[in-house]
Write a protein that binds this ligand. Structure first.
Ligand code: SAM
Length: 239
């Protein structure tokens, strides 16, 4: 179990700019999902000031471009984003605060007024949160460009393993969606095998090479496309 729960990715990158340190100190505590106490259950709707129409989870939001963009497009959706990489968390905060150019907005609460307050951040490995989340908590779960861990001996480090797929299925409402993107062909076929073998989901996407409607690209995706990689997009519905 210890082995399975270890996080193998990066937690820290370059030193954060002062504007981002300020966001980590002042904005993150306002919208952070605190680790619940043992035995506690976390009600997703209680994390938001008012009830939302739907709740979406993004696992490993990276620089947060997709999550911030979706949150802006869907102000009535409550988002939870999980990401252990500190620089990624700071980047999402900057997007939420509209200060990606490095300028912190001069607002009292460090959240620009036109941004809906509909994002909550768990700044750690999402698997730590799973046991505290009740069944059927989410309408959509995004796993975009999961780390591919290409070596066969690192297979157990890949995110879309059977135990995580079971948790994703449990956490989705009936008919809820799992969205996956990757630009690593071997990972795509491995992930497809995992998802199909799980028998928990049914595919909803015909052309995997076309991004879903209103797709929000990330820096990571754009970099891959510039390098000649070809993304694929899967949409699965919980059975
Ligand atoms: C290749 S990056 C992709 C980032 C982003 N989804 C995008 O498309 O730009 C994968 C991200 O997943 C995060 N990650 C990996 N395992 C995770 C886990 N168990 N819980 C939360 N995030 C995780 C990593 O820290 C990394 O930032």
């Amino acid at each position: 179990m210890e082995q399975l729960m270890r996080f193998y990715g990066r937690r820290k990158g370059k030193r954060l700019k002062n504007s981002r340190i300020e966001l980590m100190e002042h904005l993150l505590p306002r919208i952070r999902v605190a680790m619940p106490a043992a035995g506690e259950k976390l009600s997703v709707s209680d994390l938001f000031e008012s009830p939302m129409q739907q709740y979406w989870l993004e696992v490993g939001f990276g620089g947060g471009e997709h999550l911030a963009g979706q949150a802006l497009c869907h102000p009535k959706v409550g988002f939870i984003g999980a990401e252990p990489f500190v620089n990624g968390v700071a980047s999402l905060l900057a997007h939420l605060n509209g200060c990606t150019a490095g300028v912190v907005q001069e607002t009292a609460n460090l959240l620009v007024p036109e941004r809906a307050d509909n994002v909550r951040i768990f700044p750690d490995d999402v698997r730590l949160l799973f046991p505290f989340l009740p069944d059927a908590s989410f309408d959509k779960i995004f796993v975009l460009y999961p780390d591919p861990w290409p070596k066969a001996r690192h297979e157990e480090r890949r995110f879309l393993t059977m135990p995580n797929l079971k948790e994703i299925c449990r956490l989705l409402k009936k008919g809820g969606e799992l969205r996956v993107a990757t630009d690593v062909a071997d990972y795509a076929s491995w992930a497809l095998d995992q998802i199909e073998c799980s028998d928990l989901f049914v595919s909803k996407k015909e052309d995997i090479y076309v991004p879903p409607a209103e797709w929000i690209s990330t820096r990571y995706e754009k970099k891959g496309i510039r390098a000649g990689r070809k993304p694929v997009y899967f949409i699965y519905e919980k059975k």
